[in-house]
Design a protein around this ligand. Structure first.
Ligand SMILES: CC(=O)N[C@H]1[C@@H](OP(=O)(O)OP(=O)(O)OC[C@H]2O[C@@H](n3ccc(=O)[nH]c3=O)[C@H](O)[C@@H]2O)O[C@H](CO)[C@@H](O)[C@@H]1O
Length: 354
């Protein structure tokens, strides 16, 4: 039996693609283990799958001042020791890394122990963790054709992003009863990225009375971002994060308002959900969501509004326009040649471990 270690964490975008690979890896009888941080979102998301989870110490890349920036180097050093020890004991045939800071010590320890490593980059330009991991990687998978040029030729493979297949088989009737939605009004799903977005939450809540005149709204608002004043509002349901219920909610959803995280938008494309993207501004990130959003807009899959120029009126107008023209967007998405990423990646894993 071949053993694989999956790693990735920090935000759900670095974990859900690993989850998407699980059914196929289990079909092929892989013994799957996971390495993540002691308390990151990955621990919570992975534990319900019954896979052995191994925690290591991890730092975090902060774009703001924090005292933790001074203690993090020690945590990273400890993480390196822990990762090496784990790999020596587990002796995996391969490591698959979805990125995020916690993966850096894991892939470097693997290289030292001559264990092959595949890393996957979801965004158009490689994130810092993956840049640091590049030299240790046997192969680097990417999601956008544009990324190929930024990677070493002999390592780069265009695979797309693995999408959890169960998302495609939700039940709208279950969602309606779970959400307590009674009217026949169309449903808008609002998702501010896996950690939520204060800017999107505030904007949506400001226009909520107007939105609820014509729509019902499911709001994924992120940890600690529920608004208790809106708890009993008819036609509005808010959640910090949805796990297994997400597929049913997607099945009931007519249109989506979302951040432009790479996995989120690839899921919307697979599900053919007309969507309005409000990308994370470049001042708060390295600007990849803007690139993601503009690429999807150009292909006719998405409408895009930028956070800096967003007003209540513009949001309402755009939502109505999107809903009225939803068929056009769905048709455009049907003609996309999004590939079967799970098979491509698992074939690569098989090729390297055989
Ligand atoms: C703030 C930030 O740095 N964002 C980055 C982060 O986003 P983030 O972690 O938000 O990642 P994505 O938007 O790519 O993916 C979010 C994932 O969480 C899932 N989900 C979300 C909410 C929920 O309630 N339930 C649920 O299952 C989505 O279905 C999706 O699979 O990683 C992405 C992939 O590298 C980047 O493109 C984003 O720029």
């Amino acid at each position: 039996m071949k053993r694989i270690i999956l790693t990735g964490g920090g935000s759900a975008g670095h974990v859900t693609p690993n989850i998407a690979l699980l059914p196929r890896l289990e079909e092929l009888n892989y013994d799957v283990h996971y390495i993540g941080s002691y308390e990151g979102i990955e621990k919570d998301l992975i534990e319900s799958f019954g896979i052995p989870y191994h925690g290591i110490s991890s730092g975090k890349l902060r774009r703001y001042f924090s005292l933790k920036n001074f203690t993090d180097p020690f945590r990273v050093l400890r993480g390196m020791g822990e990762a090496k020890k784990l790999l020596e004991v587990l002796k995996p045939d391969i490591v698959f890394s979805k990125g995020g800071f916690v993966t850096v010590p894991v892939v470097h320890a693997a290289k030292r122990l001559k264990i092959p490593v595949i890393i996957h980059e979801s965004d158009m330009t490689p994130g810092l963790a993956n840049k640091l991991a590049l030299s240790a990687a046997t192969k680097v998978c990417c999601n956008f054709p544009e990324t190929l040029e930024l990677l070493p030729k002999e390592k780069a493979v265009l695979t797309g992003s693995p999408i959890r297949q169960e998302l495609l088989s939700g039940d709208p009737v279950k969602a309606r009863s779970f959400l307590g939605f009674r009217s026949k009004n169309p449903v808008i799903l609002v998702a501010g990225g896996s950690l939520g977005s204060v800017a999107i939450n505030n904007t949506i809540r400001a226009v909520l009375p107007k939105l609820l005149e014509n729509y019902q709204v499911v709001h994924l608002c992120g940890k600690d971002k529920l608004d208790p004043n809106l708890k009993d509002l008819a036609g509005y349901a808010q959640f910090e994060y949805l796990k297994e219920e997400l597929k049913d909610v997607f099945a009931l959803t007519d249109i989506v308002i979302s951040r432009a995280g790479a996995n989120a938008i690839c899921e919307l494309l697979s599900l053919r959900k007309p969507n309005l993207l409000i990308p994370l501004p470049s001042k708060a990130s390295r600007g990849d969501q803007l690139l993601n959003a503009r690429s999807f807009e150009k292909q006719g899959f998405s409408m895009v509004l930028e956070e800096e120029t967003l007003t209540d009126e513009l949001l309402l107008e755009t939502v109505n326009h999107l809903y009225e023209n939803r068929k056009q967007y769905t048709d455009n998405m049907k003609s996309s040649d999004q590939q079967n990423s799970i098979d491509t990646i698992v074939d690569l894993i098989e090729e390297i471990t055989n």
